[in-house]
Structures are given as structure tokens and as C-alpha cells.
Design a protein around this ligand. Structure first.
Ligand SMILES: O=C(CO)COP(=O)(O)O
Length: 236
């Protein structure tokens, strides 16, 4: 399973280094074989080599150039980062990234051979229009995206569940994940208010190949517990 922590705009460089070391030590301690990813804030990227894969929460679709405020491939290479989140709902709905720009970014980092965690998810008003409308909305978020890319992981993160403490029912998570799996055989993560007391049940859902966790993973001990849950499921 994939257990991923999106630290968003949290933790300093020093605290991120400590977070990564704590996770590495935990993985050694329990001899976990889960695929563990941590996506730190840009300023906290570090050359990290270990069982944990460090990924970038974002980068511009360029090697380098005149793109004020952005980082590109050249800067990611400095930290040996070859994994990137693309299409996160906060970049779509808060920072205004269009599907066209997202697809361009996807194709740029695909040509660079990056592991891409591609995020999709519907806003509440779309959800409330019913399953057909919701699935059509999600399909539009696949426009321009190669769903057969061998280095692809998909994260289904309903916008209305992100940061709200709300999640779909376990039955709905299974139903939506199984429908999304009809479109791509890529590993499919659930994200959106995953907490230490809900992670195990979510990981048990059909079609769930892991979780992408925000605030519920800020405390490293909670993130480690989620890794342990995945190990327990794998061993049972
Ligand atoms: O956006 C998310 C992960 O990418 C989910 O955030 P929360 O877990 O804080 O809802």
C-alpha cells in the first residue's frame, strides 16, 4: 500500500528533517514494506535517501527559466526529487490551476520519468447533483492525462472532505474507487480528512490502495500508526 503525507504549508525545514527521520526509524523498527511518501513544503525539500520517498507538492513545467516564484526540474534535481503531486484540489480551486495547465505539467514531468501522484476530486455542489454528474466531473479532470503511464498513482480526494473532518461513507469510498478503477489500473489512494482513527477502515475499503493524508499526518506518530495499519492489513 501507498501511505503518503502531504505536509502542505506546514513544518519548518528543521521539523521536516526530524519528521522524515522519525518515519525512517519507524519503518526500520517495524520492518515495513509499505510505499511511504512525504511531500514537504518547498522550502523544506532536502536531499533525502531512505525508505521514505520525498516528493514535491508542486513545480512548474520547466527545467528552469523566468517564472518568478516557481521552482522547476533543475531545483528538484538538486534534492534528488523524482516524485511530484499534480492536480491537487487546492492548486485547482485556491490557486486557479486550469486542467490545461495541469495536463501540461503532467506531460512535462512524465517525460522526465517522474512518479506522479495525480489528484482528482469533486466539490460538494457537484457531489450533490448525483453520481453520474460527479463521475462526468471526475472524467473531465482526466483530460490530457495518460492514465496508462507506468509511473502514475491517482489520489481521489473529494474537495468537500479536504480539511473538513468529513469523509464519504466507507461504502461510498469503495463504490467510487471501484468506478475510478475502471478507468485506470494505477494505484488509487483516498484522501480527504483521513485521521488515525479512520485510516484502518478506509484502507480496508475495496479499490483503496492507500491514503494521501494532510492534517491527520502532521503528527508523525499518527502518520506512523497509519503505516502500521497498512502493514497489519498486508500481514492478515
Ligand atoms: O489534501 C489532502 C491531502 O493531499 C487531505 O487533507 P486533509 O487530510 O487535511 O483533509
Amino acid at each position: 500500500m501507498v501511505i503518503a503525507s502531504n505536509l502542505k504549508t506546514n513544518l519548518t525545514r528543521e521539523k521536516t528533517i526530524s519528521y522524515l527521520m522519525d518515519v525512517e526509524n519507524f519503518l526500520d523498527e517495524i520492518k515495513s514494506n509499505q510505499d511511504v511518501y512525504v511531500f514537504p513544503a518547498q522550502s523544506s525539500l532536502n536531499p533525502h535517501h531512505g525508505k521514505v520517498t520525498q516528493g514535491a507538492q508542486n513545480a512548474y513545467a520547466t527545467k528552469n527559466g523566468a517564472f518568478t516564484g516557481e521552482i522547476g526540474l533543475e531545483q528538484l534535481e538538486e534534492f534528488d526529487v523524482k516524485t511530484i503531486l499534480i492536480g491537487h484540489s487546492e492548486r485547482r480551486h485556491i490557486l486557479g490551476e486550469t486542467q490545461e495547465a495541469i495536463a501540461q505539467k503532467f506531460n512535462f514531468y512524465k517525460t522526465q520519468g517522474f512518479k506522479i501522484v495525480y489528484c482528482v476530486g469533486e466539490p460538494l455542489e457537484v457531489r450533490e447533483e448525483g453520481e453520474d454528474v460527479m463521475m462526468k466531473y471526475l472524467e473531465l479532470q482526466y483530460e490530457g492525462i495518460d492514465l496508462d503511464y507506468e509511473n502514475l498513482i491517482i489520489a481521489y480526494e473529494p474537495v468537500w472532505a479536504i480539511g473538513t473532518g468529513k469523509t464519504p461513507t466507507l461504502e461510498d469510498i469503495s463504490k467510487i474507487h471501484l468506478k475510478l478503477k475502471e478507468k485506470s489500473s494505477a494505484p488509487l489512494l483516498y484522501g480527504g480528512s483521513v485521521k488515525v482513527d479512520t485510516a484502518l477502515d478506509i484502507l480496508k475499503c475495496d479499490g483503496v490502495d492507500g491514503v494521501l493524508v494532510g492534517s491527520g499526518a502532521l503528527k508523525v506518530e499518527n502518520f506512523c500508526k497509519m503505516i502500521q495499519f497498512a502493514d497489519e492489513l498486508k500481514n492478515n
